[in-house]
Design a protein around this ligand. Structure first.
Ligand code: GAL
Length: 395
């Protein structure tokens, strides 16, 4: 073994250990196999190997800030879990994780605190994508890199990249499902539908809506699909904070105002499972869900536990599965690239204009799920059928 200067200098003390090791080896040679020196050498080699492994895996004092919107949507818990697990695999083990429970001002001050504490990278799933311009200016001034997570951060140059799903495709998947199940290509209708939008402060809502209308608009124009309320566009259909109770109340109002004459609703475009569950409650309260008056087609998004259970029970019809493991893995690669100044994984450089710039993005794919293919969630390992609640549901 040749002992050279500079080897193993990557953590404090390692260089000294290495020198000790060299010394031991020299002594060992000189003393022709003196046992004590041999043991010392072995111990030092172990320390050296351990230190070298730690050196490649642990990113020292780097703290990753994670700002999440709310615990009340189960999807964000899973997103966070996968982001952390994947960062840890790359050696980033220190996190400042904050949840603002959909309060915009809380999220801003949480991010301010993270900046003060000196996080290296910020991962932000915004409550209100347009409210972070000032705080992200402060982050940029401190040299902090920013990843927009799932929801685009608007009106700022200070967002480095965006990890999300193909949000337009989510809307397309929901509407294509309605098109297929009502057989809109062949049947003359008319069919009755109501449209729900997501939260108006979430840029995704516009993509979901536009994706859906890219399929539905021609049928609406031809009169094959009728929106009896006449309520179109995010302004009229939005559900603030993606709140299921608000969706339920809006559905109640629509049923009373436009369907009390007995007109049967054939479909509801819902962009998120949490809304779908509220919409279905409203419909059932109004008498839907019987043989004489079956529930309309109700779409959704996120493949949440309650919605998969509802699909199995024959209530919600469809959801869009977003496998959160994928953005978790890509987000961690983005963190690593931003820390090291290497190339960030990107597969879209044209779609997501935040009003100041087109944010380089990585879009993950989505899959439509209904009663015919929900087992994909289990065979893929996304859900485990041996764990609650599935172990009592899935045979
Ligand atoms: C969106 C997200 C959806 C859904 C919704 C409500 O931004 O893309 O998957 O989770 O928020 O939380």
């Amino acid at each position: 073994m040749k002992c050279t200067e500079g080897t193993g200098g990557c953590i404090p003390g390692l260089r000294r250990f290495f020198k000790d090791l060299c010394l031991s080896i020299k002594i060992y040679r000189r003393n022709k196999m003196k046992r004590a020196y041999l043991i010392r050498a072995v111990v030092l080699v172990s320390v050296l190997i351990f230190a070298a492994v730690s050196c490649s895996k642990d990113s020292g004092g780097i703290v990753i800030g994670i700002a999440m919107p709310t615990h009340s949507d189960e999807s964000w818990l899973r997103h966070t879990q996968y982001v952390r697990e994947n960062c840890e695999k790359l050696g980033y083990t220190k996190f400042d994780e904050q949840w603002s429970e959909d309060v915009v001002s809380a999220q801003i001050s949480q991010i301010e605190n993270m900046i003060t504490k000196g996080v290296k990278v910020l991962i932000v799933a915004a409550v209100d994508g347009s409210s972070l311009t000032d705080v992200l200016k402060k982050a940029a001034d401190q040299g902090i890199k920013v990843i927009a997570y799932d929801r685009l951060i608007m009106n700022t140059p200070n967002v480095d990249c965006y990890i999300t799903f193909d949000n337009f495709k989510v809307g397309v998947a929901e509407a294509a499902y309605i098109e297929e199940k009502l057989d809109l290509k062949n049947k003359s209708g008319p069919f009755y539908i109501e449209l729900f939008g997501g939260s108006a402060d979430d840029n995704n809502s516009y993509f979901f809506y536009d994706g859906a209308l890219s399929i539905l608009q021609s049928y609406i124009d031809s009169g094959k699909l009728i929106v009896k309320s006449g309520q179109f566009g995010i302004e009229k259909t939005a559900i603030q904070n993606w709140d299921g109770a608000v969706a339920q109340a809006r559905m109640d109002n629509l049923l009373v105002a436009y369907y009390a004459d007995g007109t049967k609703l054939d479909a509801v475009l819902s962009p998120y499972d949490g809304l779908s569950i509220g919409i279905i409650s409203s419909l059932k309260n109004a008498g839907y869900g019987t043989a004489a008056r079956p529930l309309p087609i109700v779409t959704g998004q996120d493949a949440e536990v309650a919605s998969i259970q509802s699909i199995i029970n024959g209530e919600q019809t469809q959801t869009v599965w977003k496998d959160f493991r994928k953005p978790g893995a890509v987000c961690a690669q983005m963190v690593d690239a931003l820390v090291k100044g290497t190339t960030v994984p990107i597969n879209d450089t044209s779609t997501y204009n935040n009003g100041v710039k087109v944010v380089p993005s990585y879009l993950c794919d989505v899959q439509s799920i209904d009663i015919t293919n929900f087992m994909d969630l289990f065979t893929s390992g996304f859900y485990n059928k041996n764990e609650a609640p599935w172990n009592t549901i899935i045979k």
